[in-house]
Design a protein around this ligand. Structure first.
Ligand code: ZN
Ligand code: ZN
Length: 578
């Protein structure tokens, strides 16, 4: 008797549970249909993909089939690649190879996905050479998959080689490159690919836009970020929760809190990341109360906070001196939400106590931590000791820090500054020579400013800029006017950075000064000067910038490594506390 498998396939497709699938399988056994490849492949597909989580069952059906076809192999590999047991995708792929069957584009695509998820560079490279052997490399989706694999393993240059050699790129290929550069901290290259993408009129998807918004945030490129936003509006694109959150974050990092809030309020759906971004935005700008209000609103909206949310909340408390509020929230993390505090939360608490001048409390807190404190915590405490005159404790912690981190230039600079402030000059020179012996790496400072959609980057005493002559003339003028206003270079942070940076420091050539000079030269009157700096602003530059904002009647916004400083009419939003 011949049985038409058509109706059975329709039934399999409608199954909503494993039990139903099993009863069909029982019927197939009774009807002698177990080796019907078409039916078996539908069973595997249903159990492995449609009803996720039944891979064991799918694998069993697969093993019972004497001659599994390519579709079955692919389905099984795909199911495993997307599951928690991605490793099995690779082993099934190996079995397939051993069975003599030739993989196709789909097979390699799925197994590459598994390699990306597992961060298996060696296996992925093997697949790459098989792709070349099998001549599958002419297919755009296959190359996109390979690029994604290289990006996920951190080898973005390998992805770039493939990208450059592609004969036909689709929107996905561009997107992989842009987001790859963005994720791996190469914002300039991300922007270059993005520009090329516009030049070639490629449709830009939401994912790419979110990546570029992230890049604008990192670079503080507000004009470009605004252009991006208007592009989204022009194309009537849907701002989903991911894109919306990246816009909130971008505006906040570019110093435009109002725009961040506007985007946030317009979002139809807000998940925990969106709320956390908004709380974090208020926190780094020093609006602790507003951050806490948004946090309260989030709880009223029944969105459960996660560890990122609490980092933002604690950071908000710390930047606004809300000690008790901070302690309460720290408690509530575990007691109300079952979230175990991580090192960054402990870091926020230490920062909170230190900023409030509660040095002993911070020290007690560190000593009683259930996890090992890291060097960042000790450094925070040491800075506080210096600021509040705890000489003995400062010396003890200094020794500890240098033992913990003998290779970090930052630690040496901090420690030598502490000794200098205590007047212990012999210790200062000891630390200096120690630093030279250990060849500790200095973290070089840079500042960037966006003018006419171009981001200009300056290092200290930079002479590489094409408009350097004008910039230095401006710096001279700034120095003169600062002097007239009574600015005296503070020597407190004389060892802000050691050696050559010192004398440039005295000349007022820290990178942010160059960026400010360039901003005064090139930004139209009335528009604020926005600068991003990778390190903390030193005390002298902070004082100078306050005066510059008054002398030149300019709003200057500097985002340093720690927070935002809004300089206006001779004052800073941080109230000289950072
Ligand atoms: Zn400075
Ligand atoms: Zn400030």
């Amino acid at each position: 008797m011949m049985i038409d498998s058509g109706p059975l396939v329709a039934v399999i497709k409608q199954c909503t549970s494993l039990r139903e699938l099993k009863s069909i399988q029982a019927y197939m056994v009774r009807a002698g249909l177990t080796q019907d490849a078409f039916l078996a492949s539908k069973l595997i597909e249903s159990s492995a993909l449609s009803l996720t989580g039944h891979l064991d069952y799918a694998h069993r059906i697969f093993s019972w089939t004497h001659y599994p076809n390519l579709f079955m192999w692919n389905t099984l590999i795909r199911g495993y690649a997307l599951s928690e047991s991605s490793m099995k995708a690779i082993s099934v792929y190996r079995d397939m190879h051993a069975s003599g069957l030739v993989p196709n584009c789909f097979t390699v695509g799925f197994v590459l996905k598994a390699c990306s998820r597992l961060l298996r560079p060696d296996e992925g490279k093997q697949i790459h050479s098989q792709i070349i052997k099998l001549c599958l490399g002419i297919e755009t989706p296959v190359i996109n998959g390979l690029m994604r694999f290289y990006v996920s393993c951190g080898d973005i240059d390998a992805a770039r080689v493939l990208f450059d050699e592609m004969s036909e790129r689709d929107a996905g290929s561009w997107s992989v490159m842009v987001s790859g550069y963005a994720q791996h901290g190469r914002p300039r290259e991300a922007l270059a690919v993005f520009r090329e993408m516009q030049f070639q009129n490629v449709d830009i998807d939401g994912f790419t836009l979110a990546s570029i918004a992230g890049v604008c945030g990192d670079l503080g490129a507000l004009d470009l970020g605004k252009w991006l936003h208007s592009y989204i509006d022009r194309k009537s694109m849907n701002i989903d929760v991911v894109l919306g959150t990246s816009l909130v974050d971008m505006y906040a990092k570019c110093g435009s809190l109002n725009d961040a809030m506007k985007v946030f309020r317009k979002m139809c759906e807000r998940d925990v990341m969106a709320w956390s971004a908004m709380i974090g935005a208020y926190a780094v700008h020093g609006y602790g109360d507003k951050a806490l209000n948004v946090f309260a609103e989030m709880k009223r909206a029944k969105v459960r906070p996660n560890c990122v949310t609490f980092t933002s909340v604690l950071c908000a408390c710390s930047h606004s001196g809300l000690v008790e509020e901070g302690c309460r929230n720290f408690q509530s993390m575990w007691s109300d939400y079952g979230i175990k505090p991580q090192i960054e939360h402990y870091g926020c608490m230490v920062d909170l106590f230190c900023r409030a001048g509660l040095v002993s409390r911070a020290h007690e807190f560190i000593k009683n931590m259930p996890i090992e404190p890291n060097v960042v915590l000790w450094r925070t405490l040491l800075s506080a000791c210096k600021a509040h005159g705890y000489a003995e404790l400062a010396e003890q912690i200094s020794r500890q820090i240098l033992e913990l981190e003998p290779q970090s230039g930052e630690s040496y600079v901090l420690v030598s500054n502490v000794y200098a402030s205590l007047g212990k000059w012999s210790s200062v020179s000891k630390v200096r020579s120690l630093m030279k012996d250990k060849k500790a790496k200095k973290n070089h400072g840079w500042s960037s400013i966006e003018v006419d959609f171009t981001v200009h980057e300056f290092v200290m005493g930079d002479e590489s800029h094409p408009e350097r002559e004008e910039i230095y003339r401006m710096l001279d003028q700034m120095a003169k006017r600062l002097k007239q206003e009574g600015h005296a270079t503070t020597t407190q942070d004389v060892l802000h950075d050691i050696d050559e940076e010192e004398k440039e420091h005295a000349l007022g050539l820290h990178s942010e000064r160059l960026a400010i000079a360039y901003g005064l030269l090139r930004m139209s009157e009335g528009s604020p000067i926005r600068i991003v700096k990778n390190l903390r602003v030193c005390r002298d530059c902070h004082e100078a910038t306050k005066l510059i904002s008054k002398i030149y009647k300019r709003e200057i916004i500097i985002r340093d490594r720690i927070r935002f400083h809004h300089f206006r009419e001779g004052k800073c939003s941080c109230n000289d506390y950072w």
